[in-house]
Design a protein around this ligand. Structure first.
Ligand code: ACO
Length: 325
C-alpha cells in the first residue's frame, strides 16, 4: 500500500452556461427529451478559452490553495481528448505558464476514462517518498461537437479539474486498487477528431464530419452499464473489500440513467453515486475530477472514507480506482 494522498483539488468551468432550451436555436430538441434521457439540464461552453487555458486556471488554483510552489512539482499530466495541439502537449503549455521548471509534462488520452488512467500512471511516478505531481483532466469538447447534430450535441460540455498528489509515506490515505480495461475492437462505437491523411502523396476523401463526435448511443449505453459494474467489482475484490464498503462512487458523468443502472446492478443506494451531470453534461476526462472537487468542497467527502472513482468512454475504455481518501 503506497501512501499517496490527494492533497488538493480544484476546478474551472467556462462562465457561459447553455441551458437545454437554448439548444432549440440550433437543432430540433427539447428540455424534456434531454432531461428524461440523460438528466442533463445545462452545460458550460467555452466562448474562446482553450483546453490549456482551462487547465492552467486549474493548475494555478491548485498551487494557490495548497501553498505549493510550481517548482515543487515532479510532473504534470493532463488527461484530455481535446488538446489545443497535437504538439506541444497541453501539459507542457501548462508547465510553461505556471513555471513548473522541475516538472516533466505530458498528455494522456483515454477519453472519458482519462482521469482514472492518469491516476494509475501518477501512482507509478510517485514511488519515491516526498515526490509530488499534478494530474488534470481538461476538455473543450464544444469544438468536437457538430452543433446541428442533436443526437450528440446535447450531451457534452467543457471544463477542467485536477488534483495535487504526493507520496506522504502514510497509511492514512492510499490508492488501494486499480482496474483498467480497453476494448479496442469496439472503438468505432464512439469517435471524434479524425485526422485525415492529406499530403502531396495522399488525399483522404473521408467525410469531413468525422472530425465531430459520432456515437452509437445504444452500444455505449450497453457497454457502460455492463462493463463499469464489472470493473468496480474487480477493483473492490482486488482491494480486499466488498462493494458495500465503498462510501461514495464518483463515476464519469455521461448520463444519469447510466449511473442509476450501475447502482442497480451493484445493488447499492443511488445516493452513494454522486452526480452533477445536470449542471455540466458530459465533460469527458474532466467529469470525475470536477465531481471529486465538488464533493471535497461541499464536505460530502471526508478523510478516511473509501471511494470508487470510475471512468468509461472512447477507446472503448473503462477504469476504476479505489482510494482511501
Ligand atoms: N432531441 C430530441 N430527439 C432526439 C434527440 C434530441 N437531442 N436525439 C435523438 N432524438 C430522437 C432520435 O432521432 C430518435 O427519433 P426516432 O425514433 O424518430 O428515430 C429518438 O429520439 C430516439 O433516439 P435514440 O438515439 O434511440 O435514443 P436513446 O433512447 O437511445 O437515447 C442516448 C439516446 C441518450 C444518447 C442514449 O443512447 C445514451 O445515453 N447512450 C449513452 C451515450 C453516452 O452516454 N455517451 C457518452 C459516454 S462516452 C463519453 O463520455 C465520450
Amino acid at each position: 500500500m503506497t501512501g499517496i494522498q490527494i492533497v488538493q483539488s480544484a476546478n474551472t468551468v467556462p462562465e457561459r452556461v447553455v441551458p437545454n432550451d437554448e439548444l432549440n436555436t440550433y437543432m430540433e430538441t427539447s428540455d424534456e427529451w434531454i432531461s428524461t434521457r440523460t438528466g442533463i439540464k445545462q452545460r458550460h461552453v467555452s466562448t474562446g478559452q482553450t483546453t490549456s487555458d482551462l487547465c492552467t486556471s486549474v493548475a494555478q488554483k491548485l498551487l494557490d490553495q495548497s501553498g505549493w510552489q510550481a517548482s515543487d512539482l515532479d510532473f504534470i499530466i493532463v488527461s484530455t481528448m481535446s488538446p489545443d495541439y497535437l504538439t506541444p502537449a497541453t501539459a507542457a503549455i501548462v508547465q510553461g505558464r505556471i513555471g513548473a521548471t522541475n516538472a516533466f509534462a505530458f498528455d494522456l488520452n483515454a477519453a472519458c476514462s482519462g482521469f482514472i488512467y492518469g491516476l494509475k500512471v501518477a501512482e507509478g511516478l510517485l514511488q519515491a517518498p516526498g515526490s509530488r505531481g499534478m494530474l488534470i483532466g481538461g476538455e473543450v469538447l464544444s469544438k468536437l461537437v457538430d452543433w446541428h447534430e442533436r443526437s450528440t450535441a446535447v450531451l457534452f460540455g467543457d471544463g477542467a479539474a485536477g488534483v495535487l498528489l504526493e507520496n506522504v509515506k502514510s497509511t492514512s490515505s492510499a490508492f488501494l486498487a486499480t482496474d483498467l480495461q480497453t476494448i479496442g475492437e469496439l472503438g468505432d462505437r464512439l469517435t471524434a477528431g479524425y485526422q485525415p491523411v492529406n499530403s502531396v502523396f495522399a488525399m483522404d476523401s473521408t467525410d469531413p464530419h468525422r472530425q465531430y463526435f459520432e456515437m452509437d448511443g445504444r452500444a455505449v449505453y450497453k457497454f457502460a452499464t455492463h462493463q463499469v459494474p464489472e470493473s468496480i467489482e474487480r477493483a473492490v475484490n482486488q482491494a480486499g473489500l466488498l462493494v458495500d464498503d465503498i462510501d461514495y462512487f464518483i463515476l464519469h458523468q455521461a448520463n444519469q440513467r447510466i449511473l442509476d443502472q450501475i447502482a442497480k446492478r451493484l445493488d447499492q443506494p443511488t445516493d452513494k453515486f454522486l452526480s452533477n451531470v445536470a449542471a455540466y453534461g458530459n465533460t469527458s476526462a474532466a467529469s470525475v475530477p470536477i465531481l471529486l472537487d465538488e464533493a471535497i468542497q461541499h464536505g460530502t467527502l471526508q478523510r478516511g472514507q473509501t471511494i470508487a472513482l470510475g471512468g468509461f468512454g472512447g477507446g472503448l475504455t473503462v477504469g476504476t480506482q479505489i482510494i482511501k481518501y
